[in-house]
Design a binder for this molecule. Structure first.
Ligand code: DHB
Ligand code: MG
Length: 209
């Protein structure tokens, strides 16, 4: 790829060898979850907020967890959830050597309860099933600390979220869910927040209370 993003990626968001190899093994139309410049933006936020504990909903192959881990202190901890069996198997292999990343297989909506004793968390990164973003947000609002970060990926929903008319390829229910998610995080009483217009859209919210 040439152009603006390749320039930015080459200068500011080079992948480690391990990240590049994860990308290479994600064949066909399987996704790795985030873009390199989103990974770098997450790192900047982690450093700024002094994040030491992260909950990730949607591990995919483990690629985004590697980006976040690289900005964490040695005693930092990432809990990452993956419900898709094939993706979870790959993530398990890819993250096996990463002692401070715990992969939890299964549906986050059921499995999140297992980490509640470790709450409150500093950051919750939502990148799972797009239909369930508001349900993940219900949990995140409860278990994030004050001034913690709630971040959602793909919040432009393949550039459909702002359209008035239905968009091909994007289910109306998914668009309704994403609109409701963004609307809640846009509440300026509760959050200092922005839908940051990366290619996929990254909604970033600091919880004010
Ligand atoms: C898909 C999921 C993502 O989280 C993403 O960033 C891009 C695509 C997907 O499942 O297709
Ligand atoms: Mg994503």
């Amino acid at each position: 790829m040439t152009g603006r993003l390749s320039y930015i990626r080459a200068l500011f968001a080079p992948e480690t060898d391990k990240m590049a190899s994860l990308r290479a093994t994600a064949t066909g139309n399987d996704a790795i979850g985030i873009l390199p410049e989103e990974g770098k933006l997450l790192q900047i936020l982690i450093r700024l907020a002094g994040v030491k504990t992260i909950v990730e909903i949607g591990a995919l192959h483990g690629y985004s967890a590697l980006w976040m881990q690289a900005a964490m202190p040695p005693d930092g901890k990432i809990y990452t959830f993956e419900k898709d069996d094939a993706r979870a198997a790959l993530a398990e292999k890819n993250l096996a050597a990463e002692k401070n990343i715990s992969l939890i297989k299964g549906d986050a909506l059921k499995m999140l309860a297992t980490i509640e004793p470790a709450a409150p968390f500093d950051m919750i990164f939502i990148d799972g099933d797009k239909l369930h973003y508001t349900a993940y947000l219900d949990w995140a609002e409860k278990y994030i600390r004050k001034d913690g970060l709630i971040i959602g990926d793909n919040t432009l929903l393949f550039d459909s979220v702002w359209h008035d008319d239905p968009v091909e390829r994007v289910r109306p229910a998914a668009r309704a869910a994403m609109r409701a998610f963004n609307l809640r995080l846009s509440d300026a009483q509760k959050y200092t927040s922005l839908l940051f217009p990366t290619e996929e859209g990254l909604t970033i919210a600091i919880k004010n209370f």
